[in-house]
Write a protein that binds this ligand. Sequence first.
Ligand code: ADP
Length: 159
Amino acid sequence: MIRVVCPGSFDPVTNGHMDIITRAARLHDEVIVAVLRNVAKSSLFTADERVGMLREVTKDYANVRVAKFDGLIVDFCRAHDVSAIVKGLRAVSDFDYEMQMAQMNYAQAGVETLFMTTNPLYAFLSSSLVKEFASYGGDVASLVPEPVLRRLTERLARD
Ligand code: ADP
């Protein structure tokens, strides 16, 4: 049984995240999408809202579940019997930091990290870019799943 984790803030989940989650689910027995609660970082959506959106958009994936986490991802991996962390690599700019993290996690806890190259369609895509673009009235319909678009539009209209 190979269980992997896709960690992130997912504030909110984008089509780039969905691409990595979908591909990871095809390759492994089980995928846990782990949502970082991260109280220090201000987010547009609460951790529960982010979890709710992820559950909605992954409801048809039989081997994907969604959980929240605080603290170190390696502790989450130990507690949930996770074999590896799966990450998407977008650009060279992601590489240095991700490699450091992966080496640290392996050195400290023996947890492996698997990198998947981003789908070129989504190489430019990040949650922060989606939020920024949408906040100025930009059309992000092709960048996020439909339920996320709806909630994002509501939230930005309210704020
Ligand atoms: P971001 O704000 O950059 O989207 P997250 O913490 O929510 O940040 O992202 C979680 C992880 O999802 C990232 O570490 C990366 O592995 C992956 N990811 C995010 N966006 C993409 C994308 N467009 N293509 C591939 N992987 C991505």
